[in-house]
Design a protein around this ligand. Structure first.
Ligand code: FMN
Length: 376
């Protein structure tokens, strides 16, 4: 891409694509299509996986001006008494429904690339991009949960091979989104004759692409191929370092600018004591069997109960491994300001009870975010 093309693309996106708008900290909801959301816990909540409920949450986030609804792609649960995430809506069809039900928010699909052919995926993405009039985003995941990938192919690729496959997959999709003429594509993974797809996406050159890989192969894929990196939220310091690293890599190795977002569980109440009590309740109602199952697949040795592992176990039970943001509206605002100052463009949230807690977030936190200059 020439410099002039890069500038033109940036201008286009700022004007038309919500994730590139002029809000200093973009906001989103995350995990709203899977049972128990981001919490491996029986803590009381009205949250459930039903179309009525998930669409109510996303419509509320849309009305609050949030930029992104990001689903989790999941094909089986993690066992335990919750069978955490065992109920889930498939994310392309989920996004298509929500594209019709919402006005301004971007709706994403999260796609395990080995589960869908790129010609099918590219067309699904275009269809949702048209339904939403250019508000579709695609989160590309390679598939780390081995039993889930074995459901499809009976086996799992070696780690870095997943990204090689993903790169090939995305090459096909990008060409379908941008090229007018039919093309042949012959690679290690695909043998395609006269591929073509019309119409083209509303978003140019293609829907916003997201990846959340942290490994060297994942970071390289992100820096080279996608528009936003979603980095883990371990601490403000860690997120600052990883955000700088992935941005630098994109600039240095591929002459590209990418955005950086992160995710966290938010527990916000009128007093800090109340917020901490709700967080404790999530931990106390935790389904440790499911959490340990999940951590085992991730390669985290959860059997040895040292302090660090215990802290991480708690973070998996409450917030899918992220550093929770807990406190009063003022404290939550302060923490979000720190995340923003660390070089993060946006944050997607989990809540114990999304639909109810978004109401409070809207009335108590959004005004403070505006005062802090994080939102207009
Ligand atoms: C915000 C966020 C969303 C993610 N969503 C999914 C998902 O829906 N499904 C999935 O299998 N993995 C998901 N992941 C996992 C990543 O895509 C990736 O597999 C993981 O970070 C490991 O990649 P790595 O081995 O390159 O570090 C998500 C990660 C983050 C930070």
């Amino acid at each position: 891409m020439t410099k002039a093309e890069a500038i033109a693309l940036e201008e286009y996106r700022r004007a038309h694509v919500p994730l590139y708008n002029d809000q200093k900290l973009k906001l989103g909801v995350f995990g709203i299509n899977c049972s128990y959301g981001l919490n491996i816990s029986h803590a009381p909540t009205t949250y459930k996986v039903s179309w009525e409920h998930t669409s109510a949450i996303v419509k509320r986030a849309d009305a609050m001006g949030f930029e992104l609804a990001l689903p989790v792609a999941r094909w089986r649960g993690f066992g335990g008494t919750t069978d955490f995430n065992g109920e889930s809506f498939e994310t392309y069809t989920w996004a298509a429904g929500l594209a019709q039900a919402t006005k301004n928010i971007m709706v994403a699909a999260t796609s395990h690339v080995p589960t869908v052919h790129p010609i099918v995926a590219a067309k699904q993405a275009v269809t949702i991009d048209h339904i939403s009039n250019g508000r579709f985003a695609l989160n590309l995941v390679m598939g780390w949960f081995t039993p889930e990938m074995e459901m499809f192919h009976g086996s799992q690729r070696a780690h870095d091979d997943r990204y090689r496959y993903g790169a090939d997959w995305l090459k096909v999709a990008k060409r379908l989104w941008t090229e007018e003429e039919p093309f042949d594509f012959d690679s290690e993974h695909f043998h395609i004759k006269q591929a073509q797809a019309h119409p083209k996406p509303i978003q140019k050159p293609h829907p916003v692409l997201i990846n959340a890989g942290h490994s060297p192969a994942g970071m390289d894929f992100t820096a080279r191929e996608v528009d936003f990196s979603f980095v883990g939220f371990d601490s403000v310091e860690a997120v600052k370092n990883v955000a700088a690293r992935v941005r630098d890599k994109a600039r240095t190795d591929y002459k590209r600018e990418i955005g950086v977002c992160t995710s966290a569980l938010v527990v916000c109440r009128e007093t800090e004591a109340e917020a901490r009590q709700v967080y404790r309740s999530i931990i106390e109602h935790g389904d440790w069997v499911a959490a340990d199952n999940l951590m085992k697949v991730l390669g985290i040795e959860s059997q040895s109960f040292n302090d660090r592992i215990q802290k991480y176990r708690e973070r998996y039970v409450a917030g899918w491994g992220t550093n929770p943001i807990i406190g009063t509206p003022e404290q939550v605002t302060e923490q979000l300001a720190q995340v923003s100052a660390a070089g993060v463009d946006g944050m997607v949230f989990g809540f114990l009870d999304y639909n109810e807690e978004l109401k409070y977030f809207d009335s108590a936190v959004m005004p403070l975010l505006r005062q802090a200059g994080l939102r207009k």
